[in-house]
Design a protein around this ligand. Structure first.
Ligand code: SF4
Ligand code: ZN
Ligand code: ZN
Length: 312
């Protein structure tokens, strides 16, 4: 057999080699394999009901826009289900505004409703303003990403509830998941490993269940999917540097994956295996934040706690 021929159709020329499976794929078979893997992940983790209203978190980056395209295609097979896109405008000038235009364009092309919630309307401050105030106050212990992550998580829950979604789908890839597992270990926060699952439990009526249909797909392949399908996405990096430790873990995992194909998946599966034991060790009870009413394990949610100093 010619080595440059696709291992699935055995007809067309291969353009991509998948080291962890040994497959060589042509463009058509590659696209079908990604769509098939997403369908299989959804089925394996029972991510959706046939009549769910699904909110897809779309930032405008390659992963979220690819997820939107794939879920829009899958949703056509389920006439009772509905899809809506939700975006968070953190208020990062010159970056998120561009990404949101691209997100909106994709939604229009696919005929998917699109709703945006901004930090400004929800918290009274943009991320740019928060960073400015942190600099003025001489604060350095928390990075912009730490604020952004916590505030975006809450904003997504608020907007998903507002559009009456039963599930909130995010585009976290296998890379994101493996990085987060190691990051939580390195932060010493093992309980978080239990919380970050492919499908969150139904623990509070105000917490929209989150699902991650890309959790078993490497980022390299979601990016390639977007290129092959000629999907428009934002390519510019965020002006705020990503968290240093996460970046180191990303580089480390990429180097390991090159030498030991499949190692990211092994990290992901290891967390799946320890999760039940962590859960047995202590289930956290959610209550409503005393200030904003959002679900939280503490008296005041993390977002309100972070913003308190600005409100004072
Ligand atoms: Fe927010 Fe950090 Fe992502 Fe920028 S890189 S959008 S600051 S989490
Ligand atoms: Zn093929
Ligand atoms: Zn709160």
């Amino acid at each position: 057999m010619n080595s440059a021929v696709c291992s699935i159709c055995e007809r067309r020329e291969a353009f991509f080699f998948r080291p962890y499976s040994g497959e060589k794929l042509c463009k058509g078979c590659f696209v079908r394999s990604i769509e098939g893997k997403v369908r299989a992940t959804i089925a394996k983790y029972k991510m959706f009901e046939f009549d769910d209203r699904i909110a897809v978190a779309v930032s405008g980056g390659k992963d979220s826009v690819s997820l939107l395209h794939i879920l829009a295609k899958i949703e056509r097979d389920y006439p009772k289900a509905s899809l809506v896109a939700v975006s968070v405008d953190e208020g990062i000038a010159g970056y998120r505004d561009e990404a949101l235009k691209i997100a909106a364009e994709n939604c229009r092309r696919l005929g998917v409703e699109h709703h945006i919630i901004s930090f400004k309307e929800l918290y009274g401050l943009t991320l740019d303003e928060i960073v400015e105030r942190l600099k003025d106050g001489g604060e350095i212990e928390l990075t912009p990403c730490a604020y952004c992550g916590v505030l975006r998580r809450k904003a997504l829950n608020v907007i998903a509830r507002k559009v009456r979604a039963e599930k909130l789908a995010t585009a976290h890839t296998l890379d994101d998941e493996a990085q987060t597992i190691l990051l939580n270990m390195f932060h010493g926060d093992v309980m978080r490993i239990a919380r970050e699952k492919p499908v969150t439990d139904d623990v509070h009526p105000k917490l929209v269940r989150r699902v991650k249909p890309f959790c078993e797909i490497p980022e390299r392949e979601t990016a390639l999917f977007a290129y092959v399908k000629k999907i428009k996405f934002q390519n510019m990096p965020c002006p705020y540097a990503p968290e240093a430790l996460r970046n180191d873990i990303r580089l480390f995992l990429n180097r390991m994956e090159e030498k030991h194909a499949g190692i990211k998946y092994t990290v992901f599966k290891a967390a799946e295996r320890i999760r039940p034991a962590i859960e047995r060790a202590g289930v956290e009870i959610l209550r409503e934040c005393r200030l904003c009413g959002e679900p939280t394990v503490q008296d005041i949610c993390k977002a309100c706690e972070m913003l308190q100093k600005f409100r004072a």
